[in-house]
Write a protein that binds this ligand. Structure first.
Ligand SMILES: [Ca+2]
Length: 329
């Protein structure tokens, strides 16, 4: 998820660096241009220019990235011919999510979550994750958790859940369809996405697949993104695309990933809007030949989701997932 997550421990330095680069790389802030101007000024005065009378040094434009090419597409998608269901959860059994399929990522509760997100992710807590009426329901709440007896509580004012198939199910290639209805409201940041399975675990080197992201201050705009070592938000060159799903928060839609050795496509309701291609140049641009696990979560606030603040009157908010189905040839 853009600016969402390093699911793995990063060094203190790289985390610090990512915070700085995240700060300067927000797409609408103009900070990057400002930094570029300042940097250019510094270099101009420090490295070139010479004395008065020297001709101005005209810098050539920086080389443009080659690599995956255009991200935005508009073409028919859906289940590839001949694919069969290899794994699924229809969420038909009420109660906590099936422990054979799901666990809870709570790794950063005490230290605080990446991207300055504001939530505490509860494990096996029905208030935040449950199955009812045929759907998984992830609920984000504003609540006082002080005194709730949560040993890893880091002082957060919001609770939520981050369900993962990590260690239980993972896939390399395939077609994945998640039928979901999203939470809305300013400050919400729901995501349906994937990260590389251990033992690899360096972000973004091992790749991140964002099938669906939505930020509540920009309702109805669904984002698909791949993060790699060569292309990610900390380098200000994310490969991303958006599509409009005006009723994403009031109706179920099918969020889809088509992934093979040559290309990844992301779509909604059998219409692909995003592609990321393997140009054959290696792992920095294409780390997507090894297994990834699924992550469903609602983040609250954070560098992206919280750009316009958090509206505390919206809570509780919920994301409902009718099913997730993984198809393979
Ligand atoms: Ca269902």
């Amino acid at each position: 998820m853009q600016a969402t997550d390093d699911d793995n421990p990063m060094s203190r330095m790289s985390f610090f660096l990512s915070q700085i680069t995240t700060f300067i790389s927000r797409p609408h802030s103009g900070r990057w241009l400002l930094l570029l101007a300042v940097t250019t000024a510094i270099f101009s005065s420090a490295c070139g220019g010479g004395g008065s009378g020297s001709p101005p040094v005209i810098q050539p434009p920086p080389p443009q990235p080659t690599g995956p090419g255009t991200s935005t597409i508009n073409e028919a998608g859906g289940i590839p011919a001949g694919f069969q269901i290899a794994w699924s959860d229809e969420f038909n059994v009420d109660g906590l999510p099936d422990p054979m399929k799901w666990s809870y990522d709570t790794d950063r509760n005490f230290l605080g979550w990446y991207n300055n997100e504001l939530q505490y992710y509860a494990a096996a807590r029905p208030d935040n994750s449950s199955v009812a009426n045929g759907s998984l329901v992830i609920t984000a709440r504003k609540e006082n958790l002080d005194g709730a007896g949560l040993a890893d509580w880091g002082g957060q004012a919001y609770s939520s859940a981050r369900l993962v198939t990590r260690g239980k199910a993972q896939w390399t290639y395939g077609f994945i369809e998640i039928r979901a209805k999203l939470p809305c409201g300013r400050g919400t940041w729901p995501a349906l996405w994937m990260l590389s399975s251990p033992p690899q675990s360096a972000w973004p080197d091992d790749g991140e697949i964002d099938i669906m992201e939505h930020v509540g201050f920009d309702p109805g705009v669904v984002h698909g993104t791949m993060h790699t070592l060569a292309y990610n938000h900390t380098r200000n060159n994310s490969r991303t695309a958006t599509t409009n799903v005006p009723d994403a928060c009031t109706a179920f839609h099918r969020y889809q990933l088509t992934w093979n050795a040559h290309q990844i496509k992301v779509g909604v309701d059998d219409r692909n809007f995003y592609q990321y291609s393997n140009d054959g140049s290696g792992n920095a641009e294409w780390p997507f030949d090894s297994a990834q696990y699924l992550i469903f979560n609602i983040a609250v606030g954070g560098d992206w989701g919280g750009q316009m603040g958090v509206d505390d009157t919206i809570f509780p908010v919920k994301m409902e997932v009718d099913y997730v189905r993984v198809y393979q040839p």
